[in-house]
Design a protein around this ligand. Sequence first.
Ligand code: ZN
Length: 121
Amino acid sequence: MDLESANDTLCPGDTVARSKPETDIEQHVLGTKVKLSDGTDALVFSRTPRNKDLLFGYSCHICGVVCLYGERMLQIHIAGRKHQARLNVTVFDAEQYRASLVAKPKRKLIFFFCDDIEKMD
Ligand SMILES: [Zn+2]
């Protein structure tokens, strides 16, 4: 009975971190903040509910990247040169940051961003 209910919760659309990598990311990475040019703090990353492969989707708002599925992809992105260079910027443009928040993860847009990452890194 317990096992069955556990399986029920791990499904596309689930938003709760369950595995070790997922909770590690939640505790140590998702809380990372940067300063915006209007004086406010903003989160660097956000997480979307699990996709059909049961992976969380991660967005990096300072790089405008929205296609990071799974904790490994996120960690690879964080270790990448593009992201590290962005982190060295002390103040981020507030307008640019907000624009990345409203960018809807449409399929074509996702592929565009993914291509972009490979070329940049
Ligand atoms: Zn980034």
